[in-house]
Design a binder for this molecule. Structure first.
Ligand code: NAD
Length: 466
């Protein structure tokens, strides 16, 4: 059952009679419709009326409208204005650039800009590695998208993707002090995307690919990794794979099973699923069975692209065929990054005892988590309104902090696994339980721990100082 959340939060400014019962009447009108009041401010008081700002969470835009209409129907109440708080925080965008140097006088100008800057340009021309020492490159990441797979919304294009990329940049700054900048490209042509990123790479210390649809995302990442001397990381793939691997490790600690004995079903072999399978295979699982919209992936399936052929060749040793439901029988772990409502409690009952279910399709998981809990020992989702939220924010800020600090030129599986272990290890034995297998995204220990492990995995740090 969805609950009203801050994603649909409105502030209603209204006039009401100055009676003792006004606040109660307003609150019960909202409560009757299932809205959740989070703030109530009387902003003006007159002998004949009060003006009130009521902030409440709703389920949807329609629900918010119903709440407003209900308030308007109360005797003596007049709604003046309704503000959607989510839209309000996006007005004018969410990030900005600030100068780190004071530009107070001619002397400052002469050093920060011409003529002084010319000597810095010459130094970099003579020694290109100095770009990391003397420019923003050392701390700056491009968040690159073509807008083809925006959240769960699909192909919305580059302009509509910008609010997500701005949000990502804000998270980079907040959690790891990384200066990230949105780069939303007005093309969905693989060659054009690759060439454009290659052309803009000199400014950046890393490339975070974001919301680019599969299978195009695989080729774009692989080719950019080959041609660039900075790390290229598709977060929808590897960020997810890192957090899932961390959560898996801790879920298996809870149920007392070892990876080598586990049969793992991964449903969804797109961007997220493929990367999860590749990373989990590094951990030596007993068996991985991949399932997509056509059923269980096996070697004899016709017309597979390169990614699917790799998955088929490296999973399902027994050559099993059939449906997701067939795959679940006897499985120890289910990881879903696919589509909503694919199975119910009766299928979880066919899994091995003390089963682990990660139902990560957003916003609606593969199985209702409450249904899954009837038979599974550990349940995780991608949602913030259930325990065990698998959230990429646990990984990408620390990963890039570590990569930038190490001046890394590539990203390796060892770094991804080190990041996963760092996240898992933040949950110590005392706090670990079935409802707490991953730390909170606001746990300030996470990003530094991830950064340190990635830095170590990247090898010795070659940074020079001025
Ligand atoms: N942290 C998280 O919680 C997290 C992270 C990444 C992705 N996701 C979610 O995972 C889902 C997939 O993301 P993606 O970027 O990999 O998408 P994608 O489009 O690249 O891949 C989707 C995959 O799901 C499969 N699929 C679709 N319908 C299916 C069905 N009925 N039965 C079995 N398989 C089916 C497709 O065949 C495909 O392999 C989305 O809902 C996304 O929101 C969650």
């Amino acid at each position: 059952m969805p609950v009203p959340g801050p994603g649909y939060s409105i502030t209603v400014r209204l006039e009401a009679p100055p009676s003792a019962s006004a606040a109660g009447d307003l609150a019960s009108a909202i409560g009757k419709l299932g809205g959740v009041i989070t703030a109530f401010d009387v902003v003006e008081s007159h002998t004949d009326r009060i003006v009130v700002d009521i902030t409440c969470n709703a389920l949807s835009e329609g629900h918010a409208r119903d709440i407003t209409d209900e308030l308007e129907r109360l005797p003596g109440v007049a709604v003046r204005k309704v503000s959607d708080r989510t839209f309000l925080i996006h007005l004018g965008g969410k990030i900005e650039i600030r100068s780190k140097v004071a530009l107070k006088n001619r002397d400052d100008l002469s050093r920060a800009y011409t003529p002084g800057v010319a000597r810095i340009c010459q130094a970099i021309a003579e020694n290109p590695d100095d770009a990391r020492r003397l420019t923003i490159k050392r701390n700056t990441v491009a968040v690159v998208t073509d807008g083809s797979a925006v959240l769960g919304l699909g192909n919305l294009g580059p302009a509509a993707a910008l609010p997500v990329m701005e949000g990502k940049a804000a998270l980079f700054k907040k959690f790891a002090d990384v200066d990230a900048w949105p780069v939303c490209l007005d093309t969905q042509d693989t060659e054009e995307i690759i060439r454009t990123v290659q052309l803009l790479a000199p400014v950046y210390g890393g490339i975070n690919l974001e919301d680019i649809a599969a299978p195009r995302c695989f080729e774009i990442e692989a080719r950019l990794r080959e041609m660039l001397d900075i790390p290229v990381f598709h977060d929808d793939q590897h960020g997810t794979a890192i957090v899932v691997t961390a959560a898996m490790r801790n879920a298996l600690r809870v149920v007392g099973k070892s990876m080598a004995d586990c049969r793992i079903v991964v449903c969804g072999v797109g961007a997220a699923g493929s990367a999860i399978i590749r990373l989990l295979l590094q951990r030596g699982p007993g068996e991985v069975i991949a399932v997509d919209v056509h059923g269980i992936v096996h070697r004899d399936r016709p017309a597979m692209d390169d990614n699917m052929a790799w998955v088929a060749a490296n999973t399902n040793r027994a050559g099993m065929t059939g449906t997701l439901h067939d795959a679940l029988v006897g499985a120890d772990v289910f990881i879903g990054v696919s589509a909503p409502n694919l199975f119910g409690a009766e299928q979880v009952a066919t899994m091995a005892p003390r089963a682990v279910v990660f139902a990560l399709a957003n916003p609606d998981p593969e199985i209702d988590p409450l249904e899954a809990q009837r038979y599974a020992a550990v349940v995780a989702t991608g949602r913030s309104d259930y325990p065990n939220q698998i959230n990429n924010v646990l990984a990408f800020p620390g990963v890039f902090r570590g990569l930038l600090d190490a001046q890394a030129r590539t990203v390796t599986d060892d770094m991804l696994l080190a990041a996963a272990d760092a996240i898992a290890d933040v949950v110590d034995d005392e706090r670990l339980n079935a409802s707490f297998i991953v730390p909170s995204v606001f746990d300030s220990a996470v990003a530094p721990a991830v950064a340190e492990c990635v830095r170590k995995a990247a090898g010795p740090h070659h940074a020079t100082t001025i």
